[in-house]
Ligand binder design. Structure first.
Ligand SMILES: [Zn+2]
Length: 454
């Protein structure tokens, strides 16, 4: 009996001492950080309404309350933007983070960039571009292809997991196209695919379309980008509808490169989500787009000392004006994917990717789009076109992610005020303050927000 009791005592001891047998009570999660922003002027770009002397309370990564005279909770960090104009973050609905073709050595032929710059190099370029765009106030970007071997979806993953700060990236993965993509590959390239092949996922038949969409979704695409009419054979209305149907299964919309009038009509007839470029679209087609609520990303290149022509800017401005007059949901878009040695400011400093992007406002001014409508395109309409989570990201309203920027001056009086963003917050984290990046606490040696996030 004594031996039995001793055995029981020993067993109890083992059970009690076993690791995990008596886990300590979980420590209460630390209270989320609270930040109170004092906003001198707060613009709601959806309506153009301006409210003065507002307080924005941010708890963790979300906006908790907005209003005048809100009590500031004890312990909250107070950010004083009382002399500035505060507005929600900007959207570029058509850009390319992981490609930069150059005059030297590529002569601006981006097929050569595919050969010269490896996927890892281009992924690192994309990370640098992401920081530069966030610093310019772009909290959401649609990254629509020509991005090496899925460097764009990797960029999104790295930002979402918390390795580095950056905008919310809506990546497309490879552009899906009929045979040849946007290029005219040689027979050797096309048939062997053994040497560098243009970055398009080819899909000609219905089966191939379904498979291509699924492949991109599998590799992390959040939007499906198609080259609708890059070749005379292009995609039919039925093809486009199939793309939309398959993309919807993965929660994605379809974004199309459109360069011809016929292509635009097929996109409109299919009821596509967003049309890019569209420089041949007629006023009647703009009216059809407005009626169906089809977004436009017309990638309006301005004429500057480093890019474009006067005629090109004028044509882009006329097209943009027609779209605006007909009531198309117009968005701010750039197609930025190039660099040259003339991209300098008057003081000799290099322009960064943010400067180059926001410089497209010049075409909007040339088109005579009022500042209020330009700001709406750059924010509110952009959120819809980017198809970010509705009711979760975009406006400065309670419950939404805290994506907030501030500028000196009044962008409703002079839209160029947006060219010099002083403050940027994304997901409640301050990324830029007093015109300087403050990323020291936003770089991490691991996926601090979770390794499963994509
Ligand atoms: Zn493009």
């Amino acid at each position: 009996m004594r031996r039995y009791l001793a055995l029981v005592a020993l067993l109890l001891l083992v059970v009690v001492a076993a690791p995990g047998a008596q886990a300590p009570a979980p420590a209460a999660a630390p209270a989320p950080k609270v930040t109170a922003i004092r906003a001198g002027r707060l613009i709601d770009p959806e309506t153009g309404a301006v409210a003065v002397n507002q307080v924005i309370l941010v708890e963790g990564d979300r906006i908790k309350a907005v209003g005048p005279n809100l009590p500031i909770p004890p312990g909250a960090e107070v950010i004083d933007l009382s002399r500035q104009t505060v507005l929600p973050g900007f959207v570029d609905t058509h850009t390319h983070m992981a490609i930069t073709y150059k005059e030297i050595p590529e002569s601006n032929i981006y097929y050569y960039t595919y050969i010269m710059d490896s996927t890892p190099l281009r992924a690192i370029q994309a990370a640098s571009n992401a920081l530069q765009l966030l610093a310019a106030g772009f909290t959401v970007i649609c990254d629509v292809g020509n991005n090496a071997n899925y460097a764009d979806t990797a960029l999104r993953q790295a930002i979402e997991q918390g390795w580095l700060p950056g905008p919310t990236v809506i990546p497309s993965g490879l552009i899906i196209s009929t045979t040849g993509g946007q290029f005219t590959p040689t027979p050797e390239m096309y048939k062997q695919h053994a040497i560098v092949y243009p970055e398009y996922l080819e899909a000609n038949t219905r089966d191939e379309i379904v498979k291509a969409v699924r492949e991109n979704l599998l590799f992390g695409a959040k939007v499906i980008k198609i080259c609708l009419d890059c070749k005379p054979w292009g995609y039919s209305v039925d093809d486009i509808r199939l793309f939309m149907e398959e993309a919807a299964k993965g929660g994605a919309k379809v974004h199309a490169h459109v360069q011809t009038r016929d292509g635009a009509q097929r996109a409109i007839d299919a009821g596509l989500h967003i049309i890019s470029h569209g420089q041949q679209i007629t006023p009647d087609q703009h009216a059809q787009m407005a009626q169906k609520g089809i977004y436009l990303a017309s990638t309006d290149t301005p004429f500057t000392g480093y890019r474009g022509t006067a005629e090109g800017e004028q044509h882009a401005a006329e097209q943009l004006k027609s779209a605006w007059q007909k009531g198309v949901p117009i968005t701010f878009s750039t197609d930025m994917d190039y660099w040259n040695e003339r991209m300098k400011k008057p003081n000799g400093e290099w322009m960064d990717r943010g400067d180059l992007t926001i410089a497209f406002l010049q075409t909007w001014k040339a088109a005579g789009i009022p500042a209020k409508d330009t700001l709406k395109a750059l924010t509110f309409t952009g959120y819809g076109a980017a198809d970010i989570l509705k009711d979760q990201r975009g406006p400065i309203k309670p419950g939404f992610y805290a994506d907030i920027v501030a500028v000196n001056g009044d962008p409703l009086a002079n839209i160029d005020a947006l060219r010099d963003v002083q403050f940027v917050m994304r997901n409640g984290e301050v990324f830029k303050r007093n015109g300087k990046m403050t990323i020291d606490t936003l770089l991490h040696p691991g996926p601090v927000l979770g390794f499963r996030r994509r």
